[in-house]
Design a protein around this ligand. Sequence first.
Ligand SMILES: *[C@@H]1O[C@H](CO)[C@@H](O)[C@H](O)[C@H]1NC(C)=O
Ligand SMILES: *[C@@H]1O[C@H](CO)[C@@H](O)[C@H](O)[C@H]1NC(C)=O
Ligand SMILES: *[C@@H]1O[C@H](CO)[C@@H](O)[C@H](O)[C@H]1NC(C)=O
Ligand SMILES: *[C@@H]1O[C@H](CO)[C@@H](O)[C@H](O)[C@H]1NC(C)=O
Ligand SMILES: *[C@@H]1O[C@H](CO)[C@@H](O)[C@H](O)[C@H]1NC(C)=O
Ligand SMILES: *[C@@H]1O[C@H](CO)[C@@H](O)[C@H](O)[C@H]1NC(C)=O
Ligand SMILES: *[C@@H]1O[C@H](CO)[C@@H](O)[C@H](O)[C@H]1NC(C)=O
Ligand SMILES: *[C@@H]1O[C@H](CO)[C@@H](O)[C@H](O)[C@H]1NC(C)=O
Length: 308
Amino acid sequence: MAVVSLRLLFLLSAILIPIQASALLPYLFPPTCNNNSGNYTSNSTYKTNLNQVLSSLYSNTTIDYGFYYSSYGQNPDKVYAIGLCRGDINPDDCRGCLKNSSTLLTQDCPNQKEAVGWCDQCMLRYSNSSIFGIMDTSFHVLVCDMQNVSANYLAQFNDDVNILLNNLKSEAAAGASLRKYAAGSAITTDFKKIYALVQCTPDLSEQNCVNCLLSAIATVPNYCAGKVGRIVVLTSCSIRYDDHSFFDSTTAPSSTNTTTSLWNPSNTLRTVIIVVVASVAFVVLIVSICICVYLRESSPREKAAESK
Ligand SMILES: *[C@@H]1O[C@H](CO)[C@@H](O)[C@H](O)[C@H]1NC(C)=O
Ligand SMILES: *[C@@H]1O[C@H](CO)[C@@H](O)[C@H](O)[C@H]1NC(C)=O
Ligand SMILES: *[C@@H]1O[C@H](CO)[C@@H](O)[C@H](O)[C@H]1NC(C)=O
Ligand SMILES: *[C@@H]1O[C@H](CO)[C@@H](O)[C@H](O)[C@H]1NC(C)=O
Ligand SMILES: *[C@@H]1O[C@H](CO)[C@@H](O)[C@H](O)[C@H]1NC(C)=O
Ligand SMILES: *[C@@H]1O[C@H](CO)[C@@H](O)[C@H](O)[C@H]1NC(C)=O
Ligand SMILES: *[C@@H]1O[C@H](CO)[C@@H](O)[C@H](O)[C@H]1NC(C)=O
Ligand SMILES: *[C@@H]1O[C@H](CO)[C@@H](O)[C@H](O)[C@H]1NC(C)=O
């Protein structure tokens, strides 16, 4: 029970942070600072190694496929880091995003050895244990576009979305060890267009990428059902779809076109507020369940009655 409650609180805290975090505007989502993987102090070797490994990620100009990983130092102060850009981001923007994320993430998780953060165009993650090639389906963010799907087409819309996501899932998972990304669109039965994007960190095996994306696709809470868009972010993969385009379909590395912002701020606020309201209702529900269970367990009469 305690384990379940802690997990829920962990999930909820990940969702609840946005409302108090206007200072973190450059983030697409609030970062996750892992409080259970140990802390470092500002004058420690770990801190020096962390700075070193992060700068080696964003200053590595020999890589231009948007996935960076590195490690630095000696145990027990060795630091591992992964940087992954959205599949449609060019190398310069990618490195810029990773550089900004490095600053933000180390500010906002000032002493946690392990942290992960998402800006519009990239994800940055570091840890004191090896994270390369290891699938991690820890849940971080779920945001829904709260526009309703037209009721007449709801069942069909869900089928259309699932077909599109599953096709993209196979395509992304089959990608090389440098890139596991797929984006595309489809015309739904009611002649609307849906756009979707799926991505794994490319260090995953094909099967692990499939498994991670299946977890993400299966994450549909009730308050998202029947809505036109959804973003699910797990540590090792993410999915997103919506009824408007949000990625650069040309993906030409030399393109000077700025890519569409991943998420419209006013939409984010709207959805975050709805998510928060739903979360609070959920906490109230969980707390009442806990109280009920507690009362039941601490009442011998009830127990006696039950065992009859
Ligand atoms: C970690 O601890 C900080 C400070 O106590 C807190 O703000 C943050 O929400 C915690 N992170 C998680 C994932 O619980
Ligand atoms: C990471 O740090 C924590 C806390 O200091 C420690 O318990 C854990 O063993 C470390 N992990 C590795 C792989 O060294
Ligand atoms: C690490 O620091 C965070 C807050 O900064 C705290 O919540 C957490 O309990 C600390 N963890 C350990 C293992 O000391
Ligand atoms: C870091 O500074 C603290 C006091 O500010 C000190 O107690 C500690 O020994 C220092 N650690 C290292 C590794 O220098
Ligand atoms: C860039 O990354 C590649 C692959 O990880 C590595 O072989 C190379 O040494 C790195 N270059 C620099 C300058 O860090
Ligand atoms: C990085 O941050 C600077 C200053 O806040 C900003 O001007 C720049 O556009 C950011 N770059 C990226 C790629 O986010
Ligand atoms: C979406 O549908 C729900 C009930 O199905 C309704 O309460 C809500 O007002 C609708 N939202 C919009 C934006 O139409
Ligand atoms: C931006 O993209 C559109 C279509 O993809 C193209 O027609 C246009 O020429 C591009 N603009 C620049 C400045 O590259």
